[in-house]
Ligand binder design. Structure first.
Ligand code: FES
Length: 78
């Protein structure tokens, strides 16, 4: 199954609270997990974080960032 995203980050206007960021690329609600990783038996799990401060965040979609779930510009170096 092909990921539903490209290599570019998805920019979100994030709000405080617990968030689950998709790591399998199959979610219909990218960049958030919708349970697709389990439905498709990927063996992957979302990256769960507690967001403390609201603000714009660039969420990595190329899976190469060293600062997941955030983009670190790695998609430009592939
Ligand atoms: S749907 Fe992708 S990690 Fe959950």
């Amino acid at each position: 199954m092909e990921p539903k995203h490209g290599d570019r980050p998805i920019v979100v206007d994030e709000t405080p609270g617990k968030k689950a960021y998709c790591q399998c690329g199959l979610s219909e609600k990218l960049p958030y997990c919708d349970g697709a990783h389990a439905r498709h038996n990927t063996g992957l799990a979302p990256l769960v974080l507690e967001i403390m401060e609201p603000g714009k965040r660039a969420v990595c979609q190329c899976h190469c960032s060293n600062e997941k779930p955030w983009c670190d510009g790695s998609h430009n170096r592939k």
